[in-house]
Ligand binder design. Sequence first.
Ligand code: IVH
Length: 698
Amino acid sequence: MSAPLNRTEARKETEKLRAEIERHNRLYYVEAAPEISDRDYDALLKRLEALETQFPELATPDSPTRRVGGEPLKGFENVRHTVPMISLANTYNKEELVEFDGRVKKLLKETPYSYVLEPKIDGVAISLRYENGLLVRAVTRGDGTTGDDVTANVRTIKSIPLRLSKVDEASSLVKSGRDAASTIPAVLEVRGEVYMTRKGFAALNEERQEAGLEPFANPRNACAGSLKQLDPKIVAARPLDALFYGLGECSADFATHQEMLNALAHYGLRITPKHWPCPEISEVLEKLDVLQNMRHDFPFEMDGGVIKVNQRDLYEPLGSTAKSPRWAVAYKYEPEQAETLLKEITIQIGRTGVLTPVAELEPVQLAGTVVKRATLHNEDEIKRKDIRVGDRVIVEKAGEIIPAVVRVVTEKRTGKEKPFDMQAACKALGINPVKIEGEVAWRIDDLHHPAMLKRWLTHFASRNGMDIEGLGESIVELLVDAGLVKGPADLYDLKKQQLLGLEGFKEKKAQNLIDGIEASKSRPFDRILFALGIRHVGSGSARVLAQNFPNIGKLMTADVQTLEELRDIGPVVGKSICDFFQTSENRKLIERLQAAGVNFEQTVQAASDEFAGLTFVLTGTMESMSRDEAGEQIRARGGSVSSSVSKNTSYVVAGEKAGSKLTKAEELGIKVLDEAAFLKLLGGKPEQKKKTGQIDMF
Ligand code: IVH
């Protein structure tokens, strides 16, 4: 057993880990060129966390562990900007840009100058203050003079360096300006934009919609809302990012804007992915079209271009008005909106039964695509915007992804438009909508409604569920529409003859589906628990349940307190499980599935207690089996698998390229098994599965 670390050794290791983690942060978030897997990254972070817990005096303000979000704040402190955060004058036409250039020329008389054009990011302005390279404060613009101290939240944005550093000389980021950037200024305030990626925004809204929460209107609102959260842990989970394009107080100087940008990149700050030096305004006008054509290629919302004089020593002679500088101007693209007719409002059913009203539109061209439908989010939104069937409406691509109805063109109302009644619309579809306290969304409470049923069956047959080969969304649709299946239990009564009557089904396809259904009967216990679709029970909690209850009978009689005590099962999940099994319909379903021969207990192998009480951690890559397979073998013998090494670990199974878990095992004196020793412990080579090949385990 290796001796525990002393303080000096721990200090050395924490320093090394910090530098390494920040290097990987930069590679991943700034340079988009990761070198290690997410798992290996997590392992490094966990190791650092453990050391900092063991030696709290070694924790530093720039430690990557500080990113995950500390205690919730009571409120935000107001901070006065050392250099005010002024805004930009906006223009929507090119003539005004030529006029802008005319003013610059006049003010500068004979002095030569040029421009830089960069994208205008539609996010939330932020000012970061670094002192001797260390991030000390992040402040929002506020009213330009005073903003909110949002440091705790900004720390959670992984692409923002907590300590500035110099990328190595060969980095593709550094093209010039190396001299100016060769030392980090003692005080460096950088200004830029925090934003939410369009992809992240879409995923977040989908999640919120499914959870019955009010979705955000666009990525900027989602970003602003996130930065205003008092709990940094919530912010850490939001897909935020940041770009920098300017300076506040700074103890160094840069001759040109371009050099400054290059220096920022040199320090590890992200700058706009594109910017164009333009010798004169005519070139700016040309490049604005190039930029506009790239509008949808950026991962963030871009609402125009910013034109800046490149020579920073000309900023002072050009000066500023009270609101904006005379050396820069924003050219904004018209928002991409279109007017069309809202023909109908339909109801869409989400995976967990959330009912979303959807506008069915007269097809209209918008931002390069034809838009036929737009989300109306929820009933409150329809009321707030007073949207009626038959209205002429303005649609806009919210976050350029799902079009949304922005407003009604009320002046075009004829009086024939009909207000929408969500509950009546649901009832007309045979849906009984229910509202859960604290949620804005209505939900369906009838699992047997065809649309809900289709969702449920697809989940039931999915890979992590009963893994029924040949039963995807389209076949589920056929079976439900033909009235052959009214619930998961009906699948097990299907006859080949019935399938042959369906479109596209010939002998082979029908037989395959029947075989797939038959094979699903013997899936491990946790699969059916997941497949049942109990609210809040994912694959992980299903596995915990299966490990703790030998059969469904025992689980069905467990009370909330017993369930709550299990790992990963909190009060909400516990209650949801109890509620599910108390419903007589669900009990009947289980009876039918059992009668059909579906497995509802730990398999015979699992009943073996050969490994009872033993906890394994798997690391590295094994040749003969994947992590999942190794886990199944262990669980089948009554053992359990954990993702982290602790003093409670019985064995660490280390395959090829084992990482920090192996180091930790050695430190803690945990027994390490190589692949051969593990196979021996299993009692010979396990049964070979179809799939071979190497799978990265951790
Ligand atoms: S420069 C003194 N550059 O747009 C000039 N601003 O509408 C400071 N913005 O307040 C701003 N992208 O929040 C600049 N490339 C960019 C920008 C940008 C977005 C924001 C910024 C500014 C607002 C003005």
